[in-house]
Design a protein around this ligand. Structure first.
Ligand SMILES: [Zn+2]
Length: 128
C-alpha cells in the first residue's frame, strides 16, 4: 500500500487577512482559566464556579452537569443556581412552571474566598 500524500499547499497568500485583535483588556484576557471538568478554556471567569473537590475553576454549566450526574431528579424537578455558591433542586408544582419549591439545597462552593484563581481575577477587576 502506497500512501499518496497530496501536498496541496496553497502557495498564494491573500493580503488583507489581518489579525485584528481587540485591544480591550478584559478580565477574560487577563486571566487564563481552564475548566477542571472538561478542560476547555473558561471564557467567562466571572461566572465560573469553584470545584469543591479540588478548588479549581469549573464552568457554570459543567458544575450544573456534574451535580445532575449525582442527583437523581424526579418528575418536574430541575437543578437551579440559587446564588452564593449554592445550587438547589427545585420542583415545580405544576406543568406551567410558575411556582416551585426548593426541595434540596446543594452548597457547591465551600471556600470561595480562598481560591487563588478567583483572587487573581478580583485583583485584575479592581486594577482595571
Ligand atoms: Zn467545563
Amino acid at each position: 500500500m502506497s500512501r499518496r500524500s497530496s501536498s496541496s499547499s496553497r502557495g498564494r497568500r491573500r493580503g488583507g487577512n489581518r489579525n485584528n485583535r481587540n485591544n480591550r483588556l478584559s478580565v477574560a484576557d487577563s486571566v487564563k482559566l481552564n475548566c477542571s471538568h472538561c478542560g476547555k478554556e473558561i471564557r467567562h471567569p466571572h461566572i465560573a464556579l469553584t470545584n469543591p473537590e479540588n478548588g479549581e475553576p469549573i464552568h457554570f454549566d459543567c458544575a450544573l452537569q456534574s451535580i445532575g450526574e449525582k442527583e437523581k431528579l424526579g418528575e418536574r424537578e430541575k437543578i437551579c443556581y440559587l446564588g452564593q455558591g449554592s445550587f438547589g433542586i427545585i420542583q415545580y408544582s405544576n406543568a406551567s412552571n410558575r411556582s416551585f419549591v426548593v426541595k434540596k439545597r446543594i452548597p457547591y462552593e465551600r471556600n470561595e474566598n480562598t481560591v487563588s484563581w478567583r483572587k487573581t481575577m478580583r485583583y485584575n477587576l479592581d486594577g482595571n
